[in-house]
Design a protein around this ligand. Structure first.
Ligand SMILES: Nc1ncnc2c1ncn2[C@@H]1O[C@H](COP(=O)(O)OP(=O)(O)OP(=O)(O)O)[C@@H](O)[C@H]1O
Ligand SMILES: [Mg+2]
Length: 244
């Protein structure tokens, strides 16, 4: 079994440096706006957001309900198109990507953790993590390095369990494992502790910090909770669709 420290050091090389292009930010957002049209009403969810995140950073986006956090999250992951502005992820302009390139981005470059875990109830934890392979009808063993990540997450011995047999905190840790299994350059987490009690919140936040410190994982975490934000290296505040 490989030493987790050594495995971690190797992964820093592959994750933190991937696509970062020297000193260029891995996430670069300029003048991002998003207007939702609901009937006769225009909702200005984002009003000119600028943001740079460097590879290896752990950044918290903090803001009240309705401030535009999830909108930003969905645009960064290529799930929603912006109204105006540019988003560059690992040197690639999202606007100039085809649908299939955006799908590749979601499979390879960006890993998502959602507030409500989004695990499939009929699949075991292991198959949830291997979901992309599972859909493709193939399945390979986890690498020794990934088994170390599962141990770091404290779920290595829960892989044969279905979500209903796991606690909320364990389900969220499975969701984090699923988000990092393909070594995404960026981990995007939208309120990852939103449904957890304080003990499980502390555990999940601690391990996000560990993934950042030990594996050099770039993390952008959205939260309304200043306590959760204190685990990040840097906090960015958003109010009414604007970074303040
Ligand atoms: N699909 C949508 N259609 C119309 N309006 C939307 C849509 N999604 C979000 N909005 C509106 O955009 C604004 C920002 O919403 P968003 O979900 O980004 O906020 P948030 O900061 O994530 O809030 P919360 O902390 O409650 O999750 C809100 O006024 C919301 O009502
Ligand atoms: Mg939200």
């Amino acid at each position: 079994m490989s030493d987790p420290q050594i495995a971690g050091a190797q992964t820093v090389d592959t994750i933190a440096n991937r696509g970062s292009g020297g000193n260029a930010p891995i996430i670069r957002v300029r003048g991002l706006t998003k207007v939702y049209h609901v009937g006769e009403v225009d909702v200005h969810a984002l009003r000119g957001v600028d943001l740079d995140v460097m590879a290896g950073e752990f950044v918290a986006i903090v803001g009240a309900s309705g401030s535009g956090k999830s909108t930003l999250f969905h645009i960064l992951g290529g799930l929603t198109p912006p109204t105006a502005g540019t988003v560059t992820i690992a040197g690639k302009d999202l606007a100039h990507m085809s649908n299939s390139q955006r799908t590749e981005l979601r499979k390879g470059t960006v890993g998502f953790v959602f507030q409500k875990y989004n695990l499939l109830p009929t699949l075991t934890a292991e198959d949830n993590i291997k979901i992309v392979e599972y859909i493709g009808g193939r399945s390979t063993e986890f690498t020794p390095e990934f088994v170390e990540v599962l141990k770091l997450l404290g779920i290595a011995d829960r892989m044969k369990h279905k979500p209903s047999k796991l606690s909320g905190g364990q389900q969220q840790r499975v969701a984090i494992a699923r988000a990092v299994v393909n070594h995404p350059a960026i981990l995007l987490a939208d309120e990852p502790t939103g449904n957890l009690d304080s003990q499980n919140s502390t555990a999940v936040l601690g391990l996000l910090k560990d993934l950042n410190r030990r594996l050099g994982q770039t993390i952008l975490m959205i939260t309304h909770d200043p306590e959760a934000a204190s685990y990040a290296g840097r906090s960015v505040h958003i109010r009414d669709g604007t970074i303040v």
